[in-house]
Design a protein around this ligand. Structure first.
Ligand code: FAD
Length: 315
Protein backbone atom coordinates (compact mmCIF):
# COMPACT_ATOMS: atom_id res chain seq x y z
CA UNK A 1 0.00 0.00 0.00
CA UNK A 2 1.29 3.46 -0.79
CA UNK A 3 0.49 6.87 -2.15
CA UNK A 4 1.53 7.26 -5.80
CA UNK A 5 2.50 10.68 -7.09
CA UNK A 6 2.94 11.65 -10.73
CA UNK A 7 5.89 14.06 -10.85
CA UNK A 8 6.06 16.15 -14.02
CA UNK A 9 9.29 17.21 -15.67
CA UNK A 10 10.30 19.29 -18.66
CA UNK A 11 13.41 18.50 -20.68
CA UNK A 12 14.47 16.12 -17.89
CA UNK A 13 14.13 18.73 -15.13
CA UNK A 14 11.56 18.11 -12.42
CA UNK A 15 9.04 20.95 -12.19
CA UNK A 16 8.42 22.84 -8.96
CA UNK A 17 4.87 21.47 -9.00
CA UNK A 18 6.40 17.96 -8.85
CA UNK A 19 8.10 18.77 -5.55
CA UNK A 20 4.87 20.29 -4.25
CA UNK A 21 2.78 17.20 -5.05
CA UNK A 22 5.34 15.00 -3.29
CA UNK A 23 5.23 17.30 -0.22
CA UNK A 24 1.45 17.07 -0.29
CA UNK A 25 1.46 13.29 -0.69
CA UNK A 26 3.81 12.97 2.29
CA UNK A 27 1.27 14.81 4.45
CA UNK A 28 -1.41 12.29 3.38
CA UNK A 29 0.97 9.35 3.87
CA UNK A 30 1.71 10.48 7.44
CA UNK A 31 -2.02 10.63 8.17
CA UNK A 32 -2.57 7.16 6.65
CA UNK A 33 0.58 5.57 8.05
CA UNK A 34 1.94 4.68 4.63
CA UNK A 35 4.71 5.83 2.27
CA UNK A 36 5.06 7.85 -0.92
CA UNK A 37 6.16 6.44 -4.28
CA UNK A 38 6.86 8.98 -7.02
CA UNK A 39 6.56 8.15 -10.70
CA UNK A 40 8.96 10.13 -12.91
CA UNK A 41 9.21 9.91 -16.70
CA UNK A 42 12.47 10.64 -18.55
CA UNK A 43 13.58 12.85 -15.64
CA UNK A 44 17.00 13.47 -14.10
CA UNK A 45 18.07 13.88 -10.46
CA UNK A 46 14.95 12.09 -9.29
CA UNK A 47 16.58 11.11 -6.00
CA UNK A 48 15.94 14.72 -4.88
CA UNK A 49 12.26 13.73 -4.52
CA UNK A 50 13.41 12.00 -1.33
CA UNK A 51 14.06 15.45 0.15
CA UNK A 52 10.33 16.16 -0.09
CA UNK A 53 9.05 12.87 1.31
CA UNK A 54 9.18 10.20 -1.42
CA UNK A 55 10.67 6.95 -0.16
CA UNK A 56 10.72 5.34 -3.62
CA UNK A 57 10.90 6.65 -7.19
CA UNK A 58 9.73 4.57 -10.14
CA UNK A 59 11.74 5.94 -13.04
CA UNK A 60 10.55 5.33 -16.59
CA UNK A 61 13.05 6.01 -19.36
CA UNK A 62 11.26 5.57 -22.65
CA UNK A 63 11.52 7.62 -25.85
CA UNK A 64 7.88 6.76 -26.61
CA UNK A 65 6.91 8.93 -23.63
CA UNK A 66 9.00 11.91 -24.76
CA UNK A 67 5.88 13.84 -25.76
CA UNK A 68 2.90 13.83 -23.44
CA UNK A 69 0.00 11.66 -24.54
CA UNK A 70 -2.89 11.04 -22.16
CA UNK A 71 -3.40 7.44 -23.33
CA UNK A 72 0.20 6.26 -22.88
CA UNK A 73 0.73 8.24 -19.67
CA UNK A 74 -2.53 6.94 -18.23
CA UNK A 75 -1.44 3.36 -19.01
CA UNK A 76 1.91 4.03 -17.31
CA UNK A 77 0.28 5.43 -14.19
CA UNK A 78 -2.32 2.67 -14.01
CA UNK A 79 0.38 0.01 -14.09
CA UNK A 80 2.44 1.87 -11.48
CA UNK A 81 -0.61 2.30 -9.24
CA UNK A 82 -1.42 -1.42 -9.45
CA UNK A 83 2.19 -2.44 -8.85
CA UNK A 84 2.40 -0.24 -5.74
CA UNK A 85 -1.11 -1.06 -4.51
CA UNK A 86 -1.76 2.68 -4.44
CA UNK A 87 -4.69 3.82 -2.33
CA UNK A 88 -4.29 7.43 -3.41
CA UNK A 89 -2.84 8.89 -6.62
CA UNK A 90 -1.81 12.55 -6.55
CA UNK A 91 -1.27 14.77 -9.59
CA UNK A 92 -0.65 18.47 -10.06
CA UNK A 93 -3.13 20.78 -11.80
CA UNK A 94 -1.11 21.18 -14.98
CA UNK A 95 -2.74 21.20 -18.39
CA UNK A 96 -1.41 17.67 -18.98
CA UNK A 97 -2.69 16.37 -15.66
CA UNK A 98 -6.14 17.67 -16.48
CA UNK A 99 -6.21 15.41 -19.56
CA UNK A 100 -4.62 12.54 -17.73
CA UNK A 101 -6.61 12.41 -14.49
CA UNK A 102 -10.08 11.63 -15.92
CA UNK A 103 -8.66 8.84 -18.09
CA UNK A 104 -6.81 7.45 -15.11
CA UNK A 105 -9.93 7.66 -12.97
CA UNK A 106 -11.83 5.54 -15.50
CA UNK A 107 -8.97 3.02 -15.74
CA UNK A 108 -8.62 2.65 -11.96
CA UNK A 109 -12.36 3.01 -11.25
CA UNK A 110 -11.33 5.79 -8.91
CA UNK A 111 -13.07 8.91 -7.67
CA UNK A 112 -11.25 12.08 -8.75
CA UNK A 113 -11.33 15.55 -7.21
CA UNK A 114 -9.43 18.39 -8.89
CA UNK A 115 -8.30 21.82 -7.62
CA UNK A 116 -7.62 20.51 -4.13
CA UNK A 117 -6.09 23.16 -1.89
CA UNK A 118 -5.30 21.48 1.45
CA UNK A 119 -4.24 18.19 2.99
CA UNK A 120 -7.31 15.99 3.70
CA UNK A 121 -9.20 17.01 6.82
CA UNK A 122 -9.85 13.30 7.35
CA UNK A 123 -8.53 10.18 5.64
CA UNK A 124 -11.42 8.02 6.84
CA UNK A 125 -13.70 9.02 5.23
CA UNK A 126 -11.23 10.56 2.77
CA UNK A 127 -12.29 14.22 2.66
CA UNK A 128 -10.59 16.93 0.63
CA UNK A 129 -11.15 20.66 0.36
CA UNK A 130 -11.15 22.02 -3.17
CA UNK A 131 -12.04 25.24 -4.91
CA UNK A 132 -15.33 25.45 -6.77
CA UNK A 133 -17.25 27.92 -8.95
CA UNK A 134 -14.06 29.24 -10.60
CA UNK A 135 -12.37 29.70 -7.21
CA UNK A 136 -15.16 31.75 -5.69
CA UNK A 137 -16.02 29.09 -3.11
CA UNK A 138 -14.56 26.04 -1.43
CA UNK A 139 -16.20 22.66 -1.05
CA UNK A 140 -15.33 19.61 1.04
CA UNK A 141 -15.80 16.35 -0.82
CA UNK A 142 -15.54 12.76 0.36
CA UNK A 143 -14.03 10.27 -2.06
CA UNK A 144 -15.50 6.86 -1.34
CA UNK A 145 -13.90 4.67 -4.01
CA UNK A 146 -11.16 2.19 -3.13
CA UNK A 147 -8.57 4.18 -5.10
CA UNK A 148 -8.74 7.96 -4.82
CA UNK A 149 -7.27 10.50 -7.23
CA UNK A 150 -6.42 13.99 -6.07
CA UNK A 151 -5.47 16.91 -8.35
CA UNK A 152 -3.59 19.48 -6.27
CA UNK A 153 -3.96 23.15 -7.16
CA UNK A 154 -0.50 24.61 -7.90
CA UNK A 155 1.07 26.78 -5.16
CA UNK A 156 -1.65 25.82 -2.70
CA UNK A 157 0.36 23.55 -0.39
CA UNK A 158 3.92 24.75 -0.92
CA UNK A 159 7.17 22.83 -0.66
CA UNK A 160 7.89 21.02 2.59
CA UNK A 161 11.33 19.51 3.01
CA UNK A 162 11.53 16.12 4.70
CA UNK A 163 14.38 14.15 6.22
CA UNK A 164 14.72 11.14 4.04
CA UNK A 165 16.00 9.60 0.90
CA UNK A 166 14.41 7.80 -1.99
CA UNK A 167 15.45 4.57 -3.64
CA UNK A 168 15.22 4.72 -7.43
CA UNK A 169 13.79 1.72 -9.28
CA UNK A 170 13.59 1.39 -13.07
CA UNK A 171 10.05 0.82 -14.26
CA UNK A 172 9.11 -0.38 -17.76
CA UNK A 173 5.36 -0.27 -18.34
CA UNK A 174 3.89 -1.81 -21.46
CA UNK A 175 2.49 1.00 -23.58
CA UNK A 176 -0.58 0.98 -25.81
CA UNK A 177 -0.41 2.50 -29.28
CA UNK A 178 -0.92 6.23 -28.67
CA UNK A 179 -2.73 6.58 -31.98
CA UNK A 180 -0.87 9.79 -32.85
CA UNK A 181 2.65 10.79 -33.90
CA UNK A 182 4.05 14.16 -32.85
CA UNK A 183 6.10 15.36 -35.82
CA UNK A 184 7.42 18.63 -34.39
CA UNK A 185 7.01 20.87 -31.37
CA UNK A 186 7.35 24.66 -31.56
CA UNK A 187 7.75 26.05 -28.09
CA UNK A 188 5.98 29.38 -27.76
CA UNK A 189 8.53 30.71 -25.29
CA UNK A 190 11.45 29.73 -23.05
CA UNK A 191 10.45 32.17 -20.34
CA UNK A 192 9.07 31.23 -16.91
CA UNK A 193 5.83 29.37 -17.60
CA UNK A 194 2.59 30.88 -16.29
CA UNK A 195 1.67 27.59 -14.57
CA UNK A 196 4.94 27.39 -12.61
CA UNK A 197 5.43 31.08 -11.90
CA UNK A 198 5.41 32.44 -8.35
CA UNK A 199 4.69 35.90 -9.76
CA UNK A 200 2.76 36.83 -12.90
CA UNK A 201 2.74 40.31 -14.46
CA UNK A 202 -0.23 40.67 -16.76
CA UNK A 203 -1.25 43.42 -19.19
CA UNK A 204 -4.58 44.37 -20.68
CA UNK A 205 -6.03 46.57 -23.38
CA UNK A 206 -5.22 49.61 -21.21
CA UNK A 207 -1.66 49.34 -22.50
CA UNK A 208 -2.91 50.59 -25.88
CA UNK A 209 -0.65 48.51 -28.10
CA UNK A 210 2.11 45.91 -28.39
CA UNK A 211 4.75 48.64 -28.65
CA UNK A 212 4.16 49.39 -24.94
CA UNK A 213 4.83 45.85 -23.70
CA UNK A 214 8.42 46.69 -22.81
CA UNK A 215 7.36 47.96 -19.37
CA UNK A 216 5.48 44.72 -18.63
CA UNK A 217 8.59 42.75 -19.56
CA UNK A 218 10.84 45.06 -17.52
CA UNK A 219 8.66 44.59 -14.44
CA UNK A 220 8.51 40.82 -15.01
CA UNK A 221 12.27 40.63 -15.39
CA UNK A 222 13.04 42.52 -12.21
CA UNK A 223 10.58 40.31 -10.28
CA UNK A 224 11.56 37.02 -11.97
CA UNK A 225 7.95 36.74 -13.10
CA UNK A 226 6.07 35.26 -16.05
CA UNK A 227 4.17 37.61 -18.37
CA UNK A 228 0.49 37.17 -19.20
CA UNK A 229 -2.33 39.12 -20.81
CA UNK A 230 -6.09 39.44 -21.11
CA UNK A 231 -7.99 37.76 -23.94
CA UNK A 232 -8.49 40.83 -26.18
CA UNK A 233 -4.76 41.47 -26.07
CA UNK A 234 -4.00 38.04 -27.52
CA UNK A 235 -6.99 38.24 -29.89
CA UNK A 236 -5.56 41.50 -31.24
CA UNK A 237 -2.22 39.76 -31.76
CA UNK A 238 -0.36 42.05 -29.34
CA UNK A 239 0.79 38.98 -27.37
CA UNK A 240 0.86 35.23 -28.14
CA UNK A 241 -2.19 33.16 -27.23
CA UNK A 242 -0.01 31.15 -24.84
CA UNK A 243 -0.10 34.20 -22.52
CA UNK A 244 -3.88 34.61 -22.44
CA UNK A 245 -5.25 33.91 -18.97
CA UNK A 246 -8.82 33.56 -17.78
CA UNK A 247 -11.84 31.36 -18.23
CA UNK A 248 -10.93 30.52 -21.82
CA UNK A 249 -7.18 30.82 -21.31
CA UNK A 250 -4.65 29.51 -18.83
CA UNK A 251 -5.44 29.36 -15.11
CA UNK A 252 -3.05 31.23 -12.81
CA UNK A 253 -2.41 30.16 -9.21
CA UNK A 254 0.62 32.32 -8.49
CA UNK A 255 1.57 33.85 -5.16
CA UNK A 256 1.36 37.34 -6.69
CA UNK A 257 -0.66 38.46 -9.74
CA UNK A 258 -0.16 42.02 -10.97
CA UNK A 259 -2.85 43.20 -13.41
CA UNK A 260 -1.99 46.31 -15.39
CA UNK A 261 -4.64 48.02 -17.51
CA UNK A 262 -7.03 45.09 -17.11
CA UNK A 263 -10.66 45.92 -16.24
CA UNK A 264 -11.36 42.72 -14.26
CA UNK A 265 -14.16 41.18 -16.33
CA UNK A 266 -15.68 38.08 -14.75
CA UNK A 267 -14.13 35.84 -17.44
CA UNK A 268 -10.66 37.18 -16.66
CA UNK A 269 -11.08 36.87 -12.89
CA UNK A 270 -12.30 33.27 -13.29
CA UNK A 271 -8.79 32.25 -14.32
CA UNK A 272 -6.82 34.16 -11.73
CA UNK A 273 -8.94 33.91 -8.57
CA UNK A 274 -6.70 31.16 -7.19
CA UNK A 275 -3.73 33.56 -7.03
CA UNK A 276 -2.90 34.45 -3.46
CA UNK A 277 -2.26 38.21 -3.68
CA UNK A 278 -3.74 40.29 -6.49
CA UNK A 279 -2.59 43.80 -7.32
CA UNK A 280 -4.26 46.05 -9.88
CA UNK A 281 -3.01 49.20 -11.58
CA UNK A 282 -5.80 51.00 -13.42
CA UNK A 283 -6.77 54.61 -14.19
CA UNK A 284 -10.45 53.93 -13.51
CA UNK A 285 -11.27 53.64 -9.77
CA UNK A 286 -14.58 52.00 -10.76
CA UNK A 287 -12.85 49.14 -12.64
CA UNK A 288 -14.28 45.85 -11.30
CA UNK A 289 -10.76 44.53 -10.66
CA UNK A 290 -10.47 46.76 -7.58
CA UNK A 291 -13.19 44.67 -5.85
CA UNK A 292 -11.24 41.46 -6.45
CA UNK A 293 -7.79 42.85 -5.65
CA UNK A 294 -5.88 42.86 -2.37
CA UNK A 295 -3.98 46.02 -3.33
CA UNK A 296 -4.84 48.62 -5.94
CA UNK A 297 -3.16 51.63 -7.48
CA UNK A 298 -5.46 54.12 -9.19
CA UNK A 299 -3.08 55.55 -11.72
CA UNK A 300 -1.74 55.61 -15.24
CA UNK A 301 0.29 52.49 -16.00
CA UNK A 302 2.61 54.57 -18.17
CA UNK A 303 3.63 56.56 -15.08
CA UNK A 304 3.29 53.94 -12.32
CA UNK A 305 5.01 50.93 -13.90
CA UNK A 306 8.31 52.61 -14.92
CA UNK A 307 8.56 54.12 -11.40
CA UNK A 308 7.89 50.70 -9.85
CA UNK A 309 10.59 49.11 -12.02
CA UNK A 310 13.05 51.86 -11.06
CA UNK A 311 12.36 51.38 -7.32
CA UNK A 312 12.60 47.58 -7.55
CA UNK A 313 15.87 47.78 -9.46
CA UNK A 314 17.29 49.99 -6.71
CA UNK A 315 16.28 47.42 -4.07
P1 FAD B 1 -10.77 46.39 -21.30
O1 FAD B 1 -12.06 45.85 -20.83
O2 FAD B 1 -10.80 47.27 -22.51
O3 FAD B 1 -10.12 47.16 -20.08
C1 FAD B 1 -8.97 47.95 -20.16
C2 FAD B 1 -8.74 48.56 -18.79
O4 FAD B 1 -7.55 49.34 -18.84
C3 FAD B 1 -9.85 49.50 -18.32
O5 FAD B 1 -10.30 49.11 -17.03
C4 FAD B 1 -9.20 50.87 -18.28
O6 FAD B 1 -9.68 51.69 -17.23
C5 FAD B 1 -7.75 50.51 -18.07
N1 FAD B 1 -6.80 51.52 -18.58
C6 FAD B 1 -6.89 52.27 -19.71
N2 FAD B 1 -5.80 53.04 -19.84
C7 FAD B 1 -5.01 52.77 -18.78
C8 FAD B 1 -3.75 53.26 -18.36
N3 FAD B 1 -3.05 54.16 -19.07
N4 FAD B 1 -3.23 52.78 -17.21
C9 FAD B 1 -3.89 51.86 -16.45
N5 FAD B 1 -5.10 51.38 -16.82
C10 FAD B 1 -5.65 51.81 -17.96
N6 FAD B 1 -11.11 37.83 -21.06
C11 FAD B 1 -9.96 37.40 -20.50
O7 FAD B 1 -9.09 38.20 -20.13
N7 FAD B 1 -9.73 36.04 -20.37
C12 FAD B 1 -10.62 35.11 -20.77
O8 FAD B 1 -10.35 33.92 -20.63
C13 FAD B 1 -11.84 35.56 -21.34
N8 FAD B 1 -12.76 34.65 -21.76
C14 FAD B 1 -13.95 35.12 -22.27
C15 FAD B 1 -14.95 34.20 -22.60
C16 FAD B 1 -16.16 34.64 -23.09
C17 FAD B 1 -17.20 33.63 -23.47
C18 FAD B 1 -16.40 36.03 -23.25
C19 FAD B 1 -17.72 36.53 -23.74
C20 FAD B 1 -15.43 36.94 -22.91
C21 FAD B 1 -14.18 36.51 -22.43
N9 FAD B 1 -13.19 37.41 -22.07
C22 FAD B 1 -12.04 36.95 -21.49
C23 FAD B 1 -13.30 38.85 -22.37
C24 FAD B 1 -13.75 39.66 -21.16
O9 FAD B 1 -15.14 39.68 -21.08
C25 FAD B 1 -13.25 41.12 -21.27
O10 FAD B 1 -13.72 41.67 -22.47
C26 FAD B 1 -11.72 41.23 -21.26
O11 FAD B 1 -11.19 40.53 -20.14
C27 FAD B 1 -11.32 42.69 -21.18
O12 FAD B 1 -9.95 42.80 -21.35
P2 FAD B 1 -9.16 44.04 -20.78
O13 FAD B 1 -9.48 44.20 -19.35
O14 FAD B 1 -7.76 43.89 -21.21
O15 FAD B 1 -9.75 45.26 -21.66
Amino acid sequence: MSILVYTESENGKLKKAALEVVSYAKAIADQMGTSVTALAVNAENVETLGNYGASKVLLVNNEALKEFNAKTYSATLQQAAKKEGAQVVVLSSSANSKYLAPLLAVGLEAGYVSNVVEAPSSVSPFTVKHSAFTNKAFANTEINTEVKIVGLSNNSFGLVEADGSATVEDFSPSLPDSGVTVTSVDKATDKVSIADAEIVVSGGRGLKGPENWGMIEDLAEVLGAATACSKPVSDLGWRPHSEHVGQTGKPVASNLYIAIGISGAIQHLAGINASKVKVVINTDPEAPFFKAADYGVVGDAFEVVPKLVEKLKAF
